[in-house]
Write a protein that binds this ligand. Structure first.
Ligand code: IPE
Ligand code: MG
Length: 250
């Protein structure tokens, strides 16, 4: 995206850009590399990502994007060295312990998507409590994907759907995509319109597999801790230049 195009979005954030952009999803990746590039321990990258977090939330509100999904910890991340996993879990606990007030100021409604398996009880309680305490905020819904995996979400949905079918609450012959969707972690959050993949990687990494079906994909070299208003504006600018067809001819 050229600097001129990006400036156009930055200078006119409420132009035509947000009308069609309901849901932005970002894989929060590159924290380790951000730190390594500076000769710092990986934890410094995780720490610095708080700045990106705040800036991206505020930008979504400014650009009138009602839904933001962030993949902050995948179900595969448990396989990292124990020390790093503990650091990240402690960081989530620390950050979530003081987000209610800033979320109220910015207007963020918090939702957690992910499996409870392996997540410490205290963190689960905190996630639930932030969901409850921010339930009335309405500028932006943040889907916080922690211990999240797209395939697990689908398998969890199949399990719950199968249970409802066996109990007679759902007629298997009538199950369609709309029925299935109701069993996802946050069924009321619409499909993703724009997925931004940072850190020079070109993969989905098991993020929102069902919801990304028709998403526009944007890849950037930028690392998650460096994300800011400009990054969001650039991605939006690229998005509005795309022609979405949803399988139709025009
Ligand atoms: C993403 O950054 C943060 C988490 C997975 C929690 P990484 O830690 O994956 O950073 P890189 O990919 O090693 O640079
Ligand atoms: Mg990574």
């Amino acid at each position: 995206v050229g600097a001129r195009g990006r400036d156009a979005v930055v200078n006119n954030p409420k132009g035509d850009l947000s009308r069609r952009l309901q849901h932005l999803a970002i894989s929060a990746d590159g924290n380790g590399r951000w730190a390594e590039q500076r000769g710092l321990p990986r934890s410094a990258g995780h720490e610095h990502s708080q700045k990106a977090f705040r800036s991206v939330l505020e930008s979504c509100v400014e650009f009138e994007i009602p839904y933001l999904s962030l993949h902050v910890f995948s179900s595969e991340n448990w396989a990292r060295p124990g020390e790093e996993v503990s650091y990240i879990i402690d960081l989530f606990t620390r950050v979530l312990s003081s987000v209610v007030e800033p979320f109220r100021e910015i207007g963020v409604r918090f939702r957690w998507s992910g499996s409870t398996a392996s997540v410490p009880e205290g963190l689960i309680e905190l996630l639930r409590s932030v969901e409850e305490q921010t339930a009335d905020n309405s500028a932006l819904t943040l889907q916080f994907c922690l211990n999240y995996g797209g395939r697990s979400e689908i398998v969890d949905a199949v399990r719950r759907l199968t249970r409802d079918v066996s109990e007679g609450a759902v007629d298997m012959a009538k199950v369609d995509e709309t029925t299935f969707r109701k069993y996802l972690y946050c069924p009321d959050i619409p499909d993703v319109d724009l997925f931004v993949r940072p850190a020079g990687e070109f993969r989905l990494s098991n993020f929102l597999l069902w919801q990304l079906a028709y998403a526009e994909l944007v890849f950037t070299e930028e690392l998650w801790p460096d994300f800011n208003r400009e990054t969001v504006a650039s991605a939006i600018h690229e998005f509005i230049g795309r022609r979405r067809k949803f399988g139709l001819i025009e």
